[in-house]
Design a binder for this molecule. Structure first.
Ligand SMILES: CC(C)(COP(=O)(O)OP(=O)(O)OC[C@H]1O[C@@H](n2cnc3c(N)ncnc32)[C@H](O)[C@@H]1OP(=O)(O)O)[C@@H](O)C(=O)NCCC(=O)NCCS
Length: 164
């Protein structure tokens, strides 16, 4: 990445919000835009329940709409000392601007503050942008789940970040 783009990113570092119930519908719209099998607003509610999950998002005012548009979000479920990233999604028109990275970093910071031992996730083996993003922040490949995804059928790569 060029120095100029790095400077621009630093200048416009996104302000991340913690997901709350008011953001669920907007986040479900982004899910539908990004995934064949999107999480619904009611499933996403898990990410707003303290001790169960956490979500971070970026929003942008949307002309004429009552609620701002969710431009990026990421969620993580927490069980004992393990975090599991459920999804990261950035609106197609806002990709390549550092939003995905900022969200993953916020989830990692949260996991460290909660003294979690590991964060794991699954990702389609063909999803080069996401795999590259996760590698960039230290995730390593630890396994595969055969035929985990449908439409189209594809293996999942299991990735893990050790925090302890
Ligand atoms: C994967 C995704 C979240 C990345 O978000 P983003 O905001 O565009 O990513 P960023 O601008 O923060 O880039 C951070 C890093 O991600 C990787 N990356 C992002 N886009 C990439 C691309 N098109 N090709 C390869 N690597 C890419 C790079 O490592 C990049 O670091 P670099 O800029 O130093 O090279 C986004 O492409 C997306 O929403 N994809 C569809 C949904 C999805 O597949 N989510 C993951 C489910 S597990």
């Amino acid at each position: 990445m060029s120095e100029e783009i790095k400077k621009q990113r630093a200048k416009h570092h996104p302000r991340l919000l913690t997901a709350s119930s008011a953001d669920l519908e907007g986040t479900a719209v982004l899910e539908k835009l990004c995934f064949h099998q999107p999480w619904s607003a009611s499933s996403l509610e898990l990410l707003t329940k303290e001790g169960i999950g956490v979500g971070y998002l970026c929003t942008q005012a949307s002309a004429g709409a009552e609620n701002p548009m969710v431009t990026a979000y990421g969620g993580m479920l927490i069980a004992v000392d393990e975090g599991q990233i459920t999804n990261i999604a950035v609106h197609p028109e806002h990709r390549g601007q550092g939003l995905g990275l900022a969200i993953v970093q916020a989830l990692i910071k949260h996991a460290k503050a909660e003294h979690l031992a590991t964060i794991t996730l699954e990702v389609r083996v063909s999803n080069t942008p996401a795999i590259s993003l996760y590698r960039k922040v230290g995730f390593a490949e630890v396994g595969r789940r055969k035929g985990f995804y449908t439409k189209p059928t594809e293996d999942a790569l299991i990735m893990e970040l050790k925090l302890k």
